[in-house]
Design a protein around this ligand. Structure first.
Ligand code: G6P
Length: 372
């Protein structure tokens, strides 16, 4: 067991550290020199993909959060409407599906029963199903029309980390593939994004190398609750994932919110010293999102919050308002979750460690949930 952990105290820590390699493996050989993207097992014609008029992403838990990020990228790149749905809800609300609907199911294990049942429902309604999975030959890839494997390697810790990052990469590849096939994006634009993706493993490594202050912060806050996570755009699903990690590992009350929703309720939770982790969008990004998030920081700060900002290198605007700033390298906005999620994983892991909790096997949870 100790040998398998490769010198790490637990698998989760090892798997967090393996993320640069995992992302590199997900990307390897997935595109040609001319920027064309190759999926693994495609039993769908290019024409089927061209005929797609709507995309659904269906998943559970952390995989669902990867799907929420994917929605932003897929809609932006392909101009197809994309809805994201929890697998456990999907078939019960009679979703509108037909043969021109592409359903993307995301599952690390490939065996989550809620997701399997959603997939079967989609197929009964004649939708095309593409699986993103980490487990070769598992039920979900076997029953789907096309598969993209994430190649994260075996993930042992119940709380998903490297599988999540590789699911994001796989979703980006699917989005680019669809955009290319549908003629919305051209080879040079796709190649530019692929270059950015290819540079990600090193940037993730940079984030990992700078985690000591996050660990220290986690130890100083261990046990404090609630902990709120807020973000906008792709930072919103990252906030949800950060909160989920803390719930799973540290059994603390943690909630993720869209920063814009704060004023519609969650801000009432803030008391003196309440930690609020803020995923700050790039100041170079679209619209005025960055400035809006800086105002959100000021709002929570004024109510006594302890603000921990995860911001882009060089973003000095957050410094006067935040108690702590964790910087991550500059990347295109849509790809930022590959970096901003990492400090939140480390934070949750370290809080749980400081509380003396079992990291790899949190109570009441299972790695793969094979019942509905
Ligand atoms: C369980 C695990 C989570 C995982 C979810 C979906 O709840 O504890 O970490 O995100 O299942 O699993 P899947 O294998 O379908 O991605």
């Amino acid at each position: 067991d100790a040998a398998e952990k490769g010198g790490y105290e637990h698998f989760m820590l090892k798997e967090i550290e393996e993320q640069p390699t995992a992302v590199r493996d997900t990307l390897r050989g997935r595109f040609t020199a001319t920027g064309e993207i190759a999926l693994d097992e495609v039993r769908l014609s290019d024409q089927d993909l061209r005929d797609t008029d709507k995309v659904f992403i269906v998943a559970c838990g952390t995989s669902y959060h990867a799907g929420l990020v994917a929605k932003y990228a897929i809609e932006h790149w392909t101009r197809l409407p994309c809805e994201v749905e929890l697998a456990s809800e999907f078939r019960y609300r009679d979703p509108v599906l037909d043969r021109s609907t592409l359903v993307i199911v995301i599952s690390q294990s490939g065996e989550t029963m809620d997701t399997i049942m959603a997939l079967r429902h989609a197929k009964e309604q004649k939708a095309r199903v593409l699986a993103i999975s980490n487990t070769v030959g598992s039920t979900i890839p076997r029953e789907s029309d096309a598969v993209l494997y994430t190649r994260a390697g075996l993930e042992v810790a119940v709380a998903s980390t490297k599988a999540f990052l590789t699911q994001l990469v796989a979703c980006y590849l699917v989005g680019l593939h669809l955009a290319q096939i549908r003629g919305v994006k051209y080879a040079d634009e796709v190649a530019a994004i692929l270059d950015e993706l290819a540079a990600m493993p090193e940037k993730i490594q940079t984030v990992l190398a700078a985690m000591d202050p996050v660990r220290e912060l986690a130890r100083s806050l261990a046990g404090v609750q609630p902990v709120l996570f807020i973000g906008r755009h792709v930072g919103y699903p990252v906030a949800l994932e950060g909160a989920l990690k803390l719930k799973e590992l540290a059994y603390l009350h943690a909630e993720g919110f869209a920063a814009g929703e704060l004023k519609h309720g969650p801000i009432s939770l803030i008391e003196d010293g309440t930690p609020v982790v803020v995923i700050v969008p790039s100041p170079r990004g679209r619209g005025l999102l960055h400035d809006k998030v800086v105002s959100n920081i000021q709002e929570v700060k004024a109510r006594g919050a302890k603000v921990i900002a995860v911001a882009e290198d060089g973003d000095t605007a957050v410094v006067p308002h935040a108690d702590e700033v964790v910087y991550v390298p500059v990347v295109p906005t849509l790809l930022a979750p590959l970096l901003t999620a990492v400090p939140l994983q480390v934070f949750a892991c370290e809080v749980a460690g400081a509380l003396g909790l079992e990291i790899d096997q949190p109570r009441n949870l299972a790695k793969s949930v094979t019942v509905e």
